[in-house]
Design a protein around this ligand. Structure first.
Ligand code: SF4
Length: 327
């Protein structure tokens, strides 16, 4: 493989600056703060995990990155190019580089079509290859994700959940993307199947030079696959660090609570479980100051008034960013 020019190698694959997505509320009277001021970078070949409870904005963030929904404000650069400045035609071409893997592959696989048609669809849409070339490519892709080539003639309902996710992955990599965003890709699967799919994703990352944004509510799964992890709470990133640092030294009280809830078979390493008060508040009416303050076990008197900002408590070489007044 040719080495990338120095400049290209240093440009992050993806860079988000202060990205916000607000929706009108259902009754039309309020605003849902789904994503609020998110900044992050993704390097080439890297896997960035994004964790948080359901409703924290992580899936909306994925769709904003792909411009499946338009952000309210902020900037998104892909390979140094302003993604939000692209017109429909340029965006369509760019989308080849960015693909999404869904939680429920069955819902994304049209039951009326054969697997060959399902996996070959992105190739057909982009006018890549003739019918025979596409057929060969689908056979290759099936093999790449660990399925037999004869699967091409069958229909989605004939496959198990794990096999269907392999088909979903084959479809996602058909256009040789640079970035794959995987949104809860294993949460609908049995634990034994989960690790097979995770191992497949790791293997594909090495073989195809992919970069991943891996979204999950499951911290154990995210730890397994990610180089760095961002923790989201009510539309904001509250902590981000390399995986080893985040799991060994979680510093935001929310991250500490999430990590304390991971089942640990080794009694010596078991942490005392931190149980949070109440549920995640509505993003339609997020708490003032620190959004976590109504549930925080370490809340201080000024936390409800003053909004904290992300601060680096690590080093310049190994940043560990935390959004909390304790630091
Ligand atoms: Fe808790 Fe205050 Fe830190 Fe928010 S800023 S996480 S309320 S200690």
């Amino acid at each position: 493989m040719n080495a990338l020019p120095q400049e290209a190698a240093e440009t992050p694959l993806l860079e988000l600056t202060d990205v916000t997505k607000h929706f009108p509320s259902r009754d039309g009277q309020g605003v849902v703060h789904a994503v609020d001021g998110v900044s992050l970078t993704l390097r080439r070949g890297e896997t960035l995990g994004i964790v948080g409870e359901s409703g924290c904005g992580k899936s909306t963030l994925a769709r904003v990155i792909l411009r499946l929904v338009e952000p309210t404000s902020g900037a998104i650069d892909f390979e140094g190019e302003d993604l939000l400045g692209l017109g429909p035609r340029a965006l369509r071409t760019r989308r080849r580089d960015m693909q999404l893997i869904f939680q429920d592959p069955y819902a994304s696989l049209d039951p009326r079509f054969t697997i060959e048609a399902v996996i070959g669809e992105p190739l057909a849409i982009h006018g890549i290859g003739g019918r025979e070339a596409r057929r060969r490519r689908v056979a290759d892709l099936l093999q790449t994700v660990g399925l037999n080539a004869d699967a091409a003639r069958r229909y989605p309902h004939e496959f198990s959940g794990g096999q269907r996710q392999r088909i979903g992955i084959a479809r996602a990599i058909a256009l040789e993307p640079k970035l794959v965003i995987a949104d809860e890709p294993v949460s609908a699967l049995d634990v034994s199947i989960q690790s097979q799919i995770l191992n497949l994703l790791v293997d594909l990352r090495e073989r195809l030079g992919l970069s991943y944004i891996f979204i999950s509510h499951d911290l154990a799964v995210v730890e397994h696959i990610s180089d760095r992890v961002a923790v989201m709470y009510l539309g904001r990133i509250v902590e981000i660090a390399d995986t080893e640092t985040l799991y060994a030294n979680p510093s935001h009280p929310y991250t500490q609570a999430l990590i304390s809830a991971i089942p640990e078979p080794d009694p010596e390493r078991r942490r005392e479980r931190i149980v949070l008060r109440g549920d995640i508040p509505s993003p339609e009416d997020p708490p003032t100051g620190c959004r976590f303050h109504p549930r925080c076990p370490k809340v201080m008197p000024h936390c409800g008034d003053k909004t904290p900002t992300l601060r680096n408590i690590g080093t310049a070489d190994r940043p560990h960013l935390v959004e909390c007044h304790l630091y």
